[in-house]
Write a protein that binds this ligand. Structure first.
Ligand code: HEC
Ligand code: HEC
Length: 199
């Protein structure tokens, strides 16, 4: 079981890595300083420090740059429905997205959040039986195109897991959809509390 999921994870990571490399072959390298200038319109919600100003707005600080870029592409293409995000992403070029991603990725990670200790322990257990770490990293720090979950807003994580479980949020290759499908509401609360408690 474990082996099957991790092999799948590695294949997925390798696939997206390659497809992004070929897409970006002719592009200028990402420029975090230029990204900070381009991200001015994002600060009102995601903060200059990459910390969302309210619980439904995700932290972007220390997210893997490829994860930020890929989500922006999905908003722009309207594959992911995120309220204001589609209109905001519509005006961004691929290079803008890479520069903005480099800026937010370079910022210090969000602080760990305190929470109910039993829920956090339960979340950690579910995470290990469901192999969430095989994709999101040992400390949920994210990697490649896979989001950082550590220190993320608990409310945001709950919403996203429910949307992915129901299919309201499409995921790029179905692997996250199958990971979320078997989770109960209680499991989701516990996983979100655990992720938020990590730094
Ligand atoms: C009006 C508030 C607002 C502004 C301004 C805004 N965002 Fe967002 N952003 C949100 C909300 C709300 C979500 C969560 C959407 C959802 O529920 O799926 C989000 C989600 C995201 C995500 C997905 C994060 C993840 O972990 O999947 C990225 C990336 C992002 N925004 C980048 C940006 C960038 C870059 C800008 C500036 C060009 C920007 N946002 C401007 C409100 C905003
Ligand atoms: C096979 C790899 C894989 C596994 C296993 C996996 N994930 Fe994911 N996860 C992803 C990918 C890829 C995405 C991005 C999906 C997309 O937007 O297309 C994602 C997205 C997410 C998001 C949305 C993050 C954001 O910032 O919007 C959450 C929350 C999440 N996963 C939690 C979990 C939890 C909890 C588990 C274990 C039950 C888990 N994942 C297992 C690959 C995985």
């Amino acid at each position: 079981m474990k082996l099957v999921i991790s092999t799948k994870a590695i294949l997925v990571v390798a696939f997206f890595n390659l497809s992004f490399l070929s897409l970006n072959a002719a592009a200028a390298p990402p420029d975090a300083a230029a990204g900070k200038v381009k991200a001015q319109s994002c600060f009102a919600c995601h903060g200059e420090n990459g910390i969302g100003i309210s619980p439904e707005i995700p932290n972007l600080a220390a997210q893997p740059p490829l994860s930020i870029t890929y989500q922006l592409i999905q908003f722009r293409g309207q594959q992911r429905n995120g309220g204001a995000m589609a209109a905001l992403a519509a005006g961004l070029s691929d290079q803008d997205m890479r520069d903005i991603a480099a800026y937010y990725a370079s910022l210090p990670a969000p602080p760990a959040k305190s929470g109910n200790a039993d829920q956090i322990t339960k979340g950690q257990q579910i995470s290990s039986t469901q192999y969430c770490n095989s994709c999101h990293g040992p400390q949920f720090q994210g990697q490649k195109h896979i989001a950082r979950l550590a220190g993320q807003s608990k409310e945001y994580l709950v919403t996203q897991l429910k949307n992915i479980r129901s299919g309201a949020r499409i995921d790029m290759d179905g692997t996250m959809g199958s990971a979320a499908r078997g989770l109960s509401d209680d499991d989701i609360d516990a996983l979100a509390a655990y992720a938020a408690s990590l730094k």
